[in-house]
Unconditional design. Sequence first.
Length: 258
Amino acid sequence: MSRPLRTLIVDDEPPARRRLRALLRAEPDVEVIGEAGDGPAAVDAIAHAKPDLVFLDVQMPGRDGFEVIEEISVRNHGRCPAVIFVTAFDRYAVKAFEVHAVDYLLKPFDRGRLHQAVARASTAARDVSHGDRLLAVARDATGHLPLRRLLVRTSGRIWFVDAADIDWIEAVGHYVSLHVGPRSHVIRESLGHLASRLEPGRFARIHRGALVNILRIKELRPLFHGEFDVVLKDDTRLRATRTYSATLTGAITTAREA
């Protein structure tokens, strides 16, 4: 590129941000324009500053690196800056980054490794299809982690619903309805796929068309043939069929012992 890459540093550890900023002073193709210390701050900084390149930590408060990418991509209709992931953990995601994303830096990294990553970023920043590929990587990676937040689009707005705040989830055709207190949010997702992505032990299926948040259950009332009325804390009543009753009671017992 004819001008330096306008670069944002995102890491929840101030010493790590200082070290990276110091190392980047030796890179003529990089201009550091700002920093962020957590996921929400990163989303705001990227949306406002529109950097060419982001050094993005994977594990951060508020939102992890994957969630930052997905939220920015949704806001920008699939467009995303070039991203170099920074992580202290050599896990499955690292291999995905190596194949699909611009690059990753495994802490601690040296000046030579950083220079190599910046060179790759210069090429990626000119690639208009990079954002789409990066979003695919983020979604693939988050698919292997417990889903903590769900994205809801409605009336031109984007909502982010914390999974822990959901009372119960209902299958509605090819969609699911997320019941959160007095409100409901509909998203296009199958109940089975969503169940596989939620935090293990947090939700239990009570019949073919519903999941319930274990921590929202106030009472189980036995019925005939091994079925239960499931009473939630807001007095919502749901029916647990015999097929799923044993799994439900086991999940409740496990949650109480945890």
